[in-house]
Design a protein around this ligand. Structure first.
Ligand code: FA5
Length: 353
């Protein structure tokens, strides 16, 4: 074969190889064509081997033609490979695209299941709303307190027998038994009266701690919402009316509530707010200790000794206070037989609310 013959053949081989490369419809097919037209057994490789038998001038010209043809074909193969890979990727995305019209409503719901506020937080917000609608503002106070705020300023001096009403977690800070986790939200009454002059109409929600064994109605960590009203001419009728308005707004008119005489060192007179047990509808059950009633709050008229501790003139001002159990309200409203379910973090339980 002469150099001229070879150059003509190379041009023909290049055309055929280019057509085959362009005709490949997938990256797999392209790889096969590439190996057939550019590989070791390809006509181009065979033509290369013919070069050796040509005289030097012809070899040089034909070798150049071969080299250029191979370079062009390799460039074409690379471009085709890129284009086919992009097309295949687009096709795959299209195939895997989620067709929402074919997904059932429940599948969408479970895919989009969102978190929610814990029942206690929902209840706190609802209670705040009820009291804000009645003209109260919302305040807050610290969970770690000194003995003075949690007890002494509330007319509960050391060794007072009423201290046994609140079994306390003390913190290892300062002198022994001087800093504690508040056992109720009542110390915030003192903070508020120290911070601002009367009139005061505030509610204070927050977490409380007691060394108590958990049972159907008690947790060692629970929540209260404290209410404090200090104004001129406040009477027990204002307290009773506020409690009545609250129970109707939060539980509806169907639930029965009552005030029973109670005792707290910081209020005089004192009372307890009870509602008919919603678990047994008043018949008596394990949740209400077979009484048919569940206590929601302690309340009463602010004792003059408390006004004195914060320097408010009890001749001019009077007031009432209450401390409502938030978890207890949620328990009765949602008919939860055992309060411990609220802190077990079982999402099947929590998701209901
Ligand atoms: C008090 O804590 C008083 N500070 C309430 C008060 C405030 C009286 C202002 C007068 C004036 P008591 O210990 O009864 O009171 O608790 C009040 C409410 O908190 C209870 O009725 C109950 O609803 C809730 N509560 C108390 N202990 C727990 C507990 N361990 N777990 C869940 N809720 C509780």
């Amino acid at each position: 074969m002469t150099g001229r013959d070879l150059s003509g053949e190379v041009a023909q081989l290049e055309r055929e190889a280019a057509d085959a490369l362009v005709a490949a419809r997938s990256t797999g097919e392209l790889e096969e064509v590439q190996s057939a037209v550019l590989g070791r057994r390809s006509p181009l490789a065979r033509a290369h081997r013919v070069l050796a038998g040509l005289d030097p001038d012809e070899r040089r010209a034909a070798g150049k033609a071969l080299h250029e043809a191979r370079t062009r074909l390799e460039t074409l193969a690379a471009e085709r490979a890129k284009a086919l890979a992009a097309a295949e990727r687009a096709a795959m995305l299209e195939r895997d695209r989620l067709d929402l019209t074919e997904v059932t409503e429940s599948e969408v719901r479970s895919a989009l299941r969102r978190g929610r506020l814990h029942l206690v937080d929902q209840t706190r917000r609802e209670l705040e709303d009820v009291f804000v609608a009645m003209g109260f503002t919302v305040a807050e106070g610290p969970e770690a307190e000194t003995d003075w705020y949690n007890f002494e300023a509330l007319n509960i001096p050391p060794a007072h027998p009423a201290r046994s009403m609140w079994d306390t977690f003390y913190l290892e800070l300062g002198q022994p038994e001087t800093v504690l986790l508040r056992t109720h939200t009542s110390p915030v009454q003192i903070h508020l009266m120290e911070e601002r002059p009367p009139p005061i109409h505030a509610v204070i929600p927050g977490r409380c701690y007691r060394r108590e064994t958990p049972d159907a109605r008690h947790l060692p960590v629970f929540h209260q919402i404290e209410g404090l009203v200090v104004d001129r001419g406040i009477t027990f009728a204002d307290l009773a009316g506020t409690i009545e308005t609250f129970t109707t707004a939060y539980f509806g008119a169907d639930i029965h509530s009552r005030l029973r005489p109670g005792y707290f060192p910081f209020t005089e007179p004192s009372a307890e707010v009870e509602v008919t047990c919603t678990i047994c509808r008043g018949k008596g059950c394990r949740t209400c200790s077979w009484t048919g009633w569940v206590e929601l709050a302690g309340c009463g008229m602010v004792d003059p000794a408390v006004f004195e501790a914060v320097g408010i003139d009890s001749e001019e001002w009077s007031g009432f206070a209450f401390g409502l159990g938030i978890d207890r309200c949620a328990q009765m409203r949602h008919v939860i037989a055992d309060m411990r379910a609220m802190v077990e973090n079982d999402v099947r339980f929590l998701r209901q609310f």
